[in-house]
Ligand binder design. Structure first.
Ligand code: IVH
Length: 367
């Protein structure tokens, strides 16, 4: 029984990993994905006899494609532990304070795009590399150079000769809506959300098309051996002076009450932002404290992501179109009464395939 469940979860997660990382076309929400992953991790912990070195729990997805030069990261790009539970977030803080005593946290938004690492040498952008598997990623410099908010030369002269700055490539809702409208008019498949549109765009071979699509880039982490300050906050403030786009929504918080306030505020305010966010990241501010806490193989112990519940909306299905792709694959697409959701007006949504429609028993007129 348990063995079958483990195998079923591995099969499902493998498939969704591919949909998400390779095809940029997820079929389930991050919330559902995380729930499956947790169930599997739990079962594997309780039943080590069913361990498998290829289980989705021991592998992070990769976005490496063959068309780009693969580059090794000088500093690995770790991922973040995440939680949907305020209790777990409080436990994260409590654990840190048990280890190092009271300390400062920086709260920031979790931007829902695709991660990038920018390398600057002598004040000039020399490389932009995707996260890939965290150890090596794709060199997408030509594409990133087209993003207007990414400085090609830095202001000032007090930057280290070599450093990396990391952040998120985003597609603002306005660009996303325009792009999908154009694709619909051309009979092309729609992007499921701005994150997939950003990731898909970054992997295009034609940087002119990338330039046209209106990507943006927000930076949230510096890496290097000679950074100007020993704190995250001060380094990012400096980076803003050099010309990087750093979020205004960062706050220093010294206890869980302030962290909770920040989360409550941004769970509302994020609706007014021009791009998607899916949570809040809480990070220890001082590097000295970060070093004391250390990292696991996958993620730092000094940071955690608190994820917002995905927004939902109710609307009526007015009809279904069947789109035929270049390969001849048929995709059913729902026509919906327009509804406001997560910053855009949703009129159409993919139904993925006939099996999925049958499973949902979906019919025109349904809510
Ligand atoms: S810090 C070692 N800060 O979330 C920590 N990540 O789940 C490195 N993300 O790969 C990441 N907003 O693509 C950090 N304010 C933020 C973020 C953020 C979005 C993404 C990033 C990362 C993923 C981890």
């Amino acid at each position: 029984m348990i063995r079958e469940r483990i195998e079923e979860l591995r099969r499902q997660l493998h498939r969704h990993n591919r949909k998400y990382y390779v095809e940029n076309a997820p079929e389930i929400s991050d919330f559902e994905f995380d729930a499956l992953m947790r169930e599997l991790a739990e079962l594997e912990r309780e039943h080590p006899e069913y361990a498998d070195p290829d289980s989705p729990t021991v592998r992070v997805g990769s976005d490496i494609t063959s068309e780009f030069r693969s580059v090794r990261h000088r500093f690995p790009m770790l991922s973040l532990g995440n939680t949907y539970s305020p209790d777990e977030l409080h436990e994260f803080v409590a654990r840190i304070e048990r280890e190092v005593g009271p300390t400062e946290y920086v709260c920031e938004l979790k931007f829902d795009g695709t991660a990038i690492s920018l390398t600057y040498e002598h004040g000039r952008l020399v490389r932009a590399v995707t996260r890939g598997d965290g150890t090596q990623g794709d060199d997408v410099t030509a594409n990133v150079r087209t993003i207007r908010s990414v400085p090609l030369r830095l202001d000032g002269d007090d930057w280290p000769d070599y450093f990396e700055i990391r952040g998120e490539i985003l597609m603002p809702y306005a660009s996303f809506d325009r792009l999908n409208a154009e694709r619909e008019a051309a009979g092309e498949a729609l992007f499921a959300n701005p994150r997939n549109a950003a990731a898909g765009t970054l992997k295009l071979q034609a940087s002119a098309e990338v330039a046209r699509r209106g990507l943006d880039c927000v930076l949230y982490q510096m890496a290097g051996d000679a950074l100007p300050y020993d704190s995250h906050w001060e380094n990012l403030r400096k980076a803003r002076e050099w010309g990087f786009r750093i979020s205004d929504a960062m706050r220093i918080c010294r206890d869980t009450a302030r962290i909770d306030e920040y989360i409550a505020l941004w769970d509302e305010q994020r609706r007014t932002l021009p791009y998607a966010t899916d949570g809040v990241v809480v990070k220890v501010n001082r590097y000295e404290v970060r070093r004391a806490l250390g990292t696991t193989a996958k993620a730092p112990k000094w940071a955690v992501a608190y994820k917002f519940k995905a927004e939902q909306a109710l609307t009526r299905l007015t009809g279904v179109d069947f789109q035929v792709g270049r390969t001849g694959a048929v995709t059913p697409v729902a026509n919906l009464e327009p509804v406001q959701l997560a910053g855009t007006t949703v009129r159409r949504a993919t139904l993925h395939n006939a099996e999925q429609m049958a499973l949902l028993d979906i019919r025109p007129g349904d809510m």
